[in-house]
Ligand binder design. Sequence first.
Ligand code: ADP
Length: 540
Amino acid sequence: MADACPPDDAFYEHAACGLLVAETDGLIRRANATICRWLGYEADELIGKVRVQDLLTVGGRLFHQTHINPILQLQGSVAEVQVEMRHRDQTRISLLINIVRRRHGDSHLDELALLVGEDRRAYERELLKARQTAEAALEARHGAEAKLHEMNEQLSLADRRKDEFIATLSHELRNPLAPMHSALEVMKLRSSGNAALEPVLPVFERQLKHITHLVDDLMEISRITEGRMALRCAPLDLGTVVRAAAADVAALIDASGHTLSISLPPQALVVDGDATRLTQVVVNLLTNAAKYTPRAGRIWLEAARHEGQAQITVRDDGIGIPQQSLASIFDMFSQLEPALDRSQGGLGIGLALVKGIVMLHGGDICAVSEGVGRGSEFRLRLPLSAAGIGADASASAPVSVEALRVLVVDDNADAADTLVMALELLGCEAKAVYNALDGLAQLAEFRPQAALLDIGLPDMNGYEMARRVRAADSGAAITLIAATGWGQSSDKERAREAGFDHHLTKPIDFDQLQTILTLVKQFQSPVVPKSGTDHHFRIF
Ligand code: ADP
């Protein structure tokens, strides 16, 4: 490496700065080749003949006398002073000078290092330009970030509005479904032997069920996105869930000509879960398996213990899922191209709902497929419960609701009247009124044993009416059922506080209503309830 260095002389002569040595009065003693080149002189034209100040412009000379020299005398050095020198051809050269005054033997000499100031200025200009460019880029980036933030806000707002819209839409769509369900019940009970009605009623029922299902799905997904879905968890055996789900889809599987194989472990797989919701999850997965598998396919449903967790697997040999869609398939409204023609009117929210419910249970779910045409598998995992299984509620034997007096209070006359008709066909003595005050008047007149109250009544809301019923003489014994379009837990809580015994969400599930009325009849009949049975039963 040392060989590669220039010899001292060459280094001195051709240094990247001009070098001068002068006596304290300015007479030049040495000058390197660099400064000679810059000024247009030969060294021997300068040495011993010219003083440093002779090379300066008039202004430079003045500055030398008033500033440079006194400072040198005072502190022995000056740094980075800017002066102008004259080239031999009289052009001006701007130079930056450092000077050190040093003792050599008996005398002092000034050692000067000179840099061309123009270069430094150009360099500083470049630096400034680069800084301005960087600042402009930074500002642009801040601007872009602010814009992105604003767009993000707008997107979140739009997303919130969409969620609110879906919640309101599903709620509004539910209202007209209530009277339609009741009307259908009436028609079904009256249609026997009617050749014109009998064939169309199943169509009506299927379509009504389908639309109710879609609206329910919409409602459920908005409950999940808005964090309003509350689970009613208890230790339960997943075997029960699997069996219930399989029974639920049996007709669909049959109609599609598929074969369903079920595998359950010998011992119970107990998780802390909401039986209804988990059954809904498995039903959704099985329904998809049936939908997205060509006729006469195979479906496998398995529950097993896997790596310390409970696992439910639903597998089919159907149309499969492309690799790149396996994760996004759980996003809301995601429907895949090859499946679209088979979606049979789905909205693409079933799997989003499934994932939401599974996650609320502290579990997870994933989809596996070897690709299009290679079948699909959904693996759902849930934490195992530490607790055992609680005693099953004993199913009550069917009891007739014959002659049970039921008051229906609803300002939607269609809904009230059709419900009364359906109740009458069951054998109840039912009566409809369309506002709360008329309803209260019926307490003494009609002496209802059960009353179904709409919450959104015109003269006072259903909660207030329930409080007044409870305060009335005969009010304590009446079974009060709230019927609302909203099924949030806060609504249910409010209903409970107001004195309701049950809460039903519209459209009213007629089977559920019938169960409640059966129990009302059972408890209000002279038969003493079985010991251990909770007399004050509630369906909330
Ligand atoms: P929907 O069935 O109403 O379209 P889902 O959320 O249940 O909505 O399913 C979303 C999409 O996932 C479906 O449209 C379909 O493309 C795909 N998919 C779901 N289950 C299966 C399956 N078992 N096999 C193939 N594709 C499926």
